[in-house]
Design a protein around this ligand. Sequence first.
Ligand code: HEC
Length: 105
Amino acid sequence: MKKIVLIGLALLAAPAVQAAGVTFKSVQVEFPPDTAAFPDGPNLKVVNQNCLACHSAEMVLDQPLLPRATWAAEVTKMRNVYKAPVSDADAALIVDYLAATHAPQ
Ligand code: HEC
């Protein structure tokens, strides 16, 4: 109820404020903190070295648990479509990590 009253007042006040040449403060948008880190697992270092250049760990961790073959396809997609500079050796280690930590067991 209080909110509605406040909005009403803001609308009434708006023309006067604009006439005075005052710009409203831009709205501040709060994004969730980007603090997720890859959990411990085999080859964690390789994952951190190769999979954080373009996006956060959350991009990966927000995915459902996926089977190894799907992770392999995902890493291949990062390399072929988005040109992630990941060597064959590192790609295999990364798939091992994802299959161990983020796949249905
Ligand atoms: C060269 C940049 C780059 C690197 C390095 C990279 N990615 Fe991505 N990744 C992307 C882009 C671009 C998207 C798509 C973002 C979007 O759709 O908004 C993406 C999206 C994803 C997604 C979400 C699902 C999807 O297919 O869109 C996953 C999972 C993912 N990346 C995993 C990885 C993993 C694992 C690695 C490490 C091997 C990695 N990425 C490294 C660029 C990169």
